[in-house]
Design a protein around this ligand. Structure first.
Ligand code: AP5
Length: 218
């Protein structure tokens, strides 16, 4: 049975960083609901109008919208042999939908928490920069590019700072996570599925632990 990897963790925990490594090294597609919503937000559609203020305020986009987006994306051919969810589920309704979808797709859910204490998260998010060409993730405090504000792999590209990575929105996102998403950890723990990795170490050390979980037969 192929695995459906769910990377969990607070804003800035390193889900995207780890999902990109898994995609690169194991060939499983990274399905980031945050990235999909940021692309959708650029469109001139009623849905984009609905999503924009929610993200700016650090809240959650409604479950029915998210469920529709995830169902469509995970139904594509590249997801047949497994995939990585980065940023989904975030509410009990999303978790319930995922159980149904995993059963339909014949996949086993493997939730993995990238565990990072709150005091580190603000610098991780506020200091984040990413390449608009390849999506490589940097951090001005923890993982600066070789040349300030320029991607190491794309010297022509100026790094981008996410609109919701300002201190005020980050605080709101952390509060939203604590209220609405953290309780899902108990849900997965109760069925003995949740695995935790210490997310305060070097990304490669974290990756090594995650890869072991993902490739084990358990
Ligand atoms: P989303 O894009 O999912 O944001 P998030 O969950 O807040 O997570 P982040 O992307 O901020 O952090 P990350 O854990 O991926 O960390 P990263 O690897 O980049 O969602 C954005 C918004 O979309 C939400 O607020 C919501 O409005 C909406 N949304 C999304 N999904 C939704 C859903 N399912 N339902 C409803 N609404 C939804 O790393 C962070 C920084 O730390 C980087 O600078 C990186 O270089 C650095 N770093 C990473 N690992 C390490 C390490 N080990 N050591 C040192 N630095 C590190």
């Amino acid at each position: 049975m192929s695995k459906l990897i769910v990377l969990m963790g607070a804003p800035g925990a390193g889900k995207g960083t780890q999902a990109r490594l898994l995609q690169e090294r194991l060939g499983l597609p990274q399905i980031s609901t945050g990235d999909m919503l940021r692309a959708l937000k650029q469109e001139q559609t009623p849905l984009a109008e609905e999503v924009r203020p929610v993200m700016t305020a650090g809240g959650l986009v409604p479950d029915d919208v998210m469920i529709r987006i995830v169902r469509e994306r995970t139904g594509r051919e590249d997801s047949r042999d497994g995939y990585i969810l980065d940023g989904f589920p975030r509410t009990p309704a999303q978790a319930a939908m995922l159980e149904e979808m995993a059963a339909e797709q014949g996949k086993r859910i493997q939730p993995i928490l990238v565990d990072v204490p709150p005091e580190i998260l603000e610098r991780r998010t506020v200091g984040r920069r990413s390449c608009p060409v390849c999506g490589e993730i940097y951090n001005i405090y923890f993982r600066p590019p070789k040349v300030e504000n320029v991607c190491d792999l794309h010297p022509e590209a100026q790094l981008k700072h996410r609109a919701d990575d300002n201190p005020e929105t980050v605080r709101a996102r952390l509060a939203t996570y604590a209220e609405q998403t953290r309780p899902l950890l108990d849900y997965y723990q109760a069925s003995n599925r949740l695995r935790r990795v210490d997310g305060t170490r070097d990304p490669e050390a974290i990756y090594a632990d995650i890869e072991k979980i993902v490739t084990s037969d358990e």
